[in-house]
Design a protein around this ligand. Structure first.
Ligand code: ADP
Length: 204
């Protein structure tokens, strides 16, 4: 079981998934908050049942799974509904993430949480690792990956911390302004440090 948890965060399109994949190549167990967030609204879950009771069948796709786009539209500009949904799902997501971390078998585990700082979840991790890149690269890479406009990416970025705010909470930073092959070196170096820290923590 991994007791030592590194929280990996960063703005949209900063390179969290790319970096997490490199840690996974080193044999580190990765727990991804976005995947967990999808699990708690799978068909048959109490989460999806509660959403259906509140919004009706219109939030379901033909196969009975959640129409995430429809739900997003319903809560996007309605603070009260957004709050209701967060109150329903956040505790379940947290609980599941704790369980997944406890099940991890690598020397330490990485918890990827895009809104780790915004949602005040640093208490769940031993260390905060921020993937950092310029705002313009964040915009370009996200727009290209998701096939959306720069303005749409801007809207999402406006709901997240600024680059400086995020960096002020970082224990470690991975710089992702250059070619992807520059990431490997930084990941490998941090991996060695985390192995040492995890071993120390296990002895304490
Ligand atoms: P996040 O998970 O933080 O949203 P991703 O890891 O998905 O970010 O990266 C966003 C996009 O940018 C992806 O399409 C990814 O392949 C690409 N990308 C990541 N790092 C680099 C880089 N250093 N150079 C070019 N493209 C990159």
């Amino acid at each position: 079981m991994s007791r030592f948890i590194v929280g990996l965060t960063g703005g949209i399109g900063s390179g969290k998934t790319t970096v997490a994949n490199l840690f996974a190549e080193q044999g580190v167990d990765i727990i991804d908050a976005d995947i967990v967030a999808r699990e708690v609204v799978m068909p048959g879950t109490p989460g999806l049942k509660a959403i259906c009771i509140r919004y009706g069948e219109k939030v379901l796709l033909d196969d009975g799974s959640l129409d995430r786009k429809q739900l997003r539209n319903l809560v996007f500009s309605d603070t009260e509904e957004k709050q209701w949904l967060d109150n329903l799902l956040h505790p379940q997501i947290r609980q599941r993430m704790i369980e997944r971390c406890a099940q991890a078998t690598s020397c330490y585990a990485i918890l990827v949480v895009p809104l780790l700082l915004e949602n005040d979840m640093t208490g769940m991790v031993n260390r905060v690792l921020v993937v950092d890149t310029s705002e313009s690269l964040q915009q370009q890479r996200t727009a290209q990956r998701d096939n959306v406009s720069l303005a749409q990416v801007d809207q999402i970025m406006a709901t997240q911390l600024t680059r400086q705010q995020r960096l002020s909470h970082a224990d470690d930073v991975i710089h992702n302004d250059a070619k992807p092959d520059k990431l490997k070196e930084q990941v490998n170096k941090l991996h060695q440090q985390y192995l040492i820290l995890a071993k120390k923590d296990a002895k304490a």
